[in-house]
Design a protein around this ligand. Structure first.
Ligand code: ATP
Ligand code: MG
Length: 306
């Protein structure tokens, strides 16, 4: 893909760790031989300040994004743990160069599916609904619009595409073909349980959790474990509750400024072209950083101290 260069260029040398792989936003490392973690089934997951939009990794990072999203994710892992849901975080004692933006996690056998729960209709769910009246094959009531609340939260899995490809929404039946009936059932139950828990926490904080994407893996004992990042603006749609009004795109706590600017005349970028998007102006990166901080502060009720 056209993004490969910027992804590869971002890895850094970290004492005690060996680079394993890089996605659009995060870099994975395994313990170096002879290091403190050597021989243990762990990975170091480092969240960079990279931001992706419209399937491109942008050339302009958002300052502190990796720290803000990691800290929000860790806060959520604590909430999940308190509810008896097991997750992959082992330690946050990470190399100084990535302090705050990295976590040491159990190296899980990842399940190749993106587990999405939706309580509201928008995005790819809305697109399918407008075409067929369904989302991942689930029939929904008539008359819903962009931003409508669904009668109840639904589980709408998608395939985990290879880098550069689009994830594709899949039916529950296809998921069962991919991972087996028992695992598919476990994924649906765990995903909806986490959504219901998080939606309530968000609602009390004046935030609508419209949808969220989770990834799971199996630990060596075969226990289903929540992995990756959780309930961040990169993996979820958060809307300020006070401005929720179905019928159009909702303002949100994520890369909305970035998307709006990229598709504005000012950027001069043609989304349908194969060209890489232009660099972002500082007011857009500043506003986006502030938006991520606002999300952290609203949801956790505390200010993030750097
Ligand atoms: P992209 O998000 O760019 O489409 P990606 O999801 O592969 O690609 P990132 O999200 O940037 O990449 O990187 C995180 C990677 O780490 C993902 O592949 C994710 O599945 C993997 N991962 C998350 N938690 C664990 C874990 N506990 N053990 C092993 N791999 C994990
Ligand atoms: Mg990912």
């Amino acid at each position: 893909s056209t993004d490969a260069g910027s992804v590869a260029a971002s890895e850094q040398e970290l004492p005690g760790w060996v680079h394993l792989s890089s996605g659009k936003v995060r870099d994975l490392y395994r313990p170096a031989p002879g290091s403190a973690w050597a021989g243990q089934d762990v990975v170091l997951m480092v969240a960079s300040d990279r931001i992706s939009a419209y399937d491109h990794v942008l050339s302009t990072p958002i300052p502190d994004k990796g720290i803000i999203l990691t800290q929000l994710s860790l806060w959520w892992f604590d909430q999940l743990e308190a509810a008896g849901i097991s997750h992959h975080v082992v330690s946050v004692e990470v190399p100084e160069a990535v302090a705050g933006r990295a976590m040491i996690c159990r190296d899980l056998q990842m399940i190749p599916a993106e587990c999405i729960a939706r309580g509201y209709l928008t995005g790819s769910g809305l697109a399918e609904y407008r075409q067929n009246g369904t989302v991942t094959g689930l029939l929904l009531p008539e008359g819903l619009t962009d931003g409508s609340q669904l009668p109840e939260p639904i589980f709408t899995p998608s395939s985990k595409a290879a880098q550069g490809d689009h994830d594709e929404n899949i039916s529950f039946e296809t998921l069962t073909e991919n991972v087996g009936v028992p695992v598919a059932g476990q994924l649906r139950e765990a995903t909806l349980r986490i959504y219901v828990l998080a939606e309530e926490i968000c609602r009390e904080a004046g935030v609508i959790l419209a949808d969220t994407k989770l990834e799971f893996g199996f630990d060596p004992g075969g226990a289903l474990t929540v992995a990756d990042e959780v309930l961040t603006p990169d993996s979820s749609r958060f809307w300020p509750a006070e401005s929720w009004e179905p019928g159009a795109a909702q303002p949100s706590f994520d890369k909305q400024f970035v998307r709006d600017w990229l598709t504005s005349d000012e950027s001069g970028w043609d989304r349908s072209s194969n060209q890489a998007p232009p660099a972002l102006p500082q007011r857009v990166t500043d506003a986006t950083r502030q938006r991520y901080l606002d999300a952290y502060q609203r949801i956790t009720g505390t200010e993030l101290i750097f």
